[in-house]
Design a protein around this ligand. Structure first.
Ligand code: AMP
Length: 194
């Protein structure tokens, strides 16, 4: 199994690049944002609670997302590997993920951190809001809250993986194909080192 974390601020292109990467490397895509939105669409109690925080651009509690990831790992035993998108977003989530993967006899292979300027992030998110149907993409205050949450709680997660020499920074600006090629190059390199 080769497991990847696609890391980066909201609007850095994680979702778009994830789609291309799972097709190329035959991975199971696990996006906590998508899992939460499906809980909301199904009107579950978890979804109703999460929606309030998501609409404010704040993070959902660690136990909630870790629980969802744990179930998703159990439900997908026979896969080549996982691509984590939007998770982990706190150091506590990163530690919990390490433990869960260890129980399954596997680990994170590489963390690919997309880097995009703040101005570009806001531009992309507002643009995405025109078609995504996501209320958290249309309001500039919510967008800036999401970026603040990233800076306060999530950016340090990259340092956690740097300790284990697993994090790689990738320029998240350029054409989709240029970014995809840069991500693929790092994955191929890491896989060849295994
Ligand atoms: P995303 O689709 O990754 O942009 O996530 C949308 C929203 O879902 C975030 O703004 C958070 O409110 C929530 N969310 C998604 N993933 C996580 C996570 N790993 N930890 C906490 N909250 C999350």
């Amino acid at each position: 199994m080769f497991n990847i974390i696609l890391f980066g601020p909201p609007g850095s292109g994680k979702g778009t690049q994830s789609e291309k990467l799972i097709a190329k490397y035959n991975l199971k895509h696990l996006s906590t944002g998508d899992l939460l939105r499906s809980e909301i669409a199904n009107g579950t109690p978890l979804g109703l609670e999460a929606k309030k925080l998501m609409d404010a651009g704040q993070l959902v509690p660690d136990e909630v997302v870790v629980g969802m990831i744990s179930s998703a790992l159990d439900a997908n035993q026979q896969v080549n590997g996982f691509l984590f998108d939007g998770f982990p977003r706190t150091t506590a989530q990163a530690e919990a993920l390490d433990k869960l993967l260890k129980l399954k006899g596997t680990e994170i292979g590489v963390v690919l951190a997309l880097e995009v300027s703040d101005a570009e992030l806001v531009k992309r998110l507002l643009n995405r809001g025109l078609t995504s149907g996501r209320s958290d993409d249309t309001n500039e205050t919510v967008i800036s809250n999401r970026i603040v949450e990233y800076k306060n709680k999530t950016a340090i997660v990259a340092d956690y993986y740097k300790k284990f020499d697993k994090a790689r920074a990738i320029k998240g600006e350029g054409t989709l194909d240029e970014i995809f090629d840069a991500l693929s190059k790092e994955i191929d390199l890491r896989q060849s080192e295994k």
